[in-house]
Design a protein around this ligand. Structure first.
Ligand code: FEH
Ligand code: ZN
Length: 351
């Protein structure tokens, strides 16, 4: 099977033919990959920036945002659950199943995770991916006619902001506002969830790129702020919120400058929810944080049930998708474009 693997950090992925997994035993399911989304985390991984935190035995196939069709079914998968050819989204937070986080349903927070493409297990930049348990598959019905290119990003880019906004939806409602920083893959879903989960809040999209901001408008953002051209993001946001600031900021970038901007636009009692992993430190001025009772919340990915919810929304065609397809052979081109920030929406690899 064709796949794209990291052989050396900071080098292009190597597209090569390797034997297809032959061990679809027990609970495992072999999935023919229909699409695999390209995430910023893959850039960190390929650059070697995470090699201490997430040590990999190279060569390794990345790709943790996957959807496709059931190809082979292990012998202990309960009868009748899956059939060959079923369309499935692959939940990527593969956990041990028995720790307190897995048992509470937040398997993406497992104490011993085996995330595809981000651990010793191979991911989806490949014609086939071996999923260690049927428990990580969401079977997708025909409603809405979803295709793998739409489903794959939903397993991460479309899942992470959903969980994040659910954590703070009680702070939103009439007369409130939320700013979503970064209109890449996550942000373009984030503004839509803000509109769905808090329909009466004002949703402000923030990015450096006008094309991404116009996508955000198209996807339901009420207001946009270009952080590269504005004289002051804080002043512009204050103007848009009658001098109050925003009740919630969702930072999908997670860089020191976006965290600084986020804190400076918060209303009293506001919450900053960070999902972006660009890097650096979260620094919040202590006096300001306490006096204003700011909340800083980190949120990782989403759980299996949250994935089911976003797929349900997508099946009802309540969310829009922006993606660009690349073949496996074009994967290094997609990686370069993601590095340059020139992809509008999500890049998906279609093997
Ligand atoms: C990054 C690191 C570890 C787990 C998950 C991730 C994200 O890419 C998920 O969006
Ligand atoms: Zn990711």
């Amino acid at each position: 099977m064709l796949c794209a693997r990291i052989h050396d950090y900071q080098k292009p992925l190597v597209v090569e033919d390797i034997p297809r997994p032959s061990n679809t035993n027990g609970e495992a399911v072999l999935v023919k990959v229909g699409a695999a989304g390209l995430c910023h985390s893959d850039l960190h991984l390929i650059n070697g920036e995470w090699k201490d935190a997430i040590p990999l035995a190279l060569p390794k196939t990345p790709g943790h945002e996957n959807a496709g069709w059931v190809e082979e079914i292990g012998d202990t998968v309960p009868e009748g659950l899956f059939s060959k050819g079923d369309l499935v989204a692959i939940f990527g937070g593969w956990g041990c199943g028995i720790c307190k986080f897995c048992k509470s349903g937040d398997e993406q927070l497992c104490v011993a995770p085996r995330w595809p493409g981000l651990s010793q297990l191979d991911g989806g930049y490949s014609e086939y991916i071996l999923v260690p348990s049927y428990r990580f598959l969401v079977k997708v019905g025909k409603k809405g006619g979803l295709v793998p290119e739409e489903l794959a990003p939903l397993t991460d880019a479309g899942l992470t902001p959903y969980r994040a906004i659910k954590k703070v939806r009680h702070m939103l409602g009439p007369g409130t506002s939320i700013a979503v920083i970064g209109m890449g893959g996550l942000g373009s879903y984030g503004i839509q969830y803000a509109k769905i989960l808090a329909p009466n809040s004002t949703v402000i999209a923030v990015d450096r790129n006008d094309k991404k901001l116009s996508l955000a408008k198209n996807f339901g953002a009420d207001r946009t702020v270009n952080s590269a051209t504005t004289k002051s993001i804080r002043q512009e946001v204050l103007q848009l919120t009658e001098g109050i600031g925003v009740d919630v900021v969702l930072d999908t970038v997670g860089a020191e400058n976006t965290i600084n901007d986020s804190v400076r636009m918060l209303a009293k009692g506001g919450a900053l929810v960070v999902v972006g992993l660009f890097g650096g430190q979260i620094k919040v001025p202590l006096l300001q944080a306490v006096v204003n009772e700011y909340q800083v919340i980190a949120s990782l990915w989403g759980n299996y049930n949250e994935l089911r919810e976003v797929i349900e929304l997508a099946s009802q065609r309540k969310i829009k998708h922006a993606y660009h397809s690349y073949s496996l052979k074009q994967i290094n081109q997609a990686i370069d474009q993601l590095r340059q920030g020139s992809i509008i929406g999500r890049a998906v690899i279609v093997p």
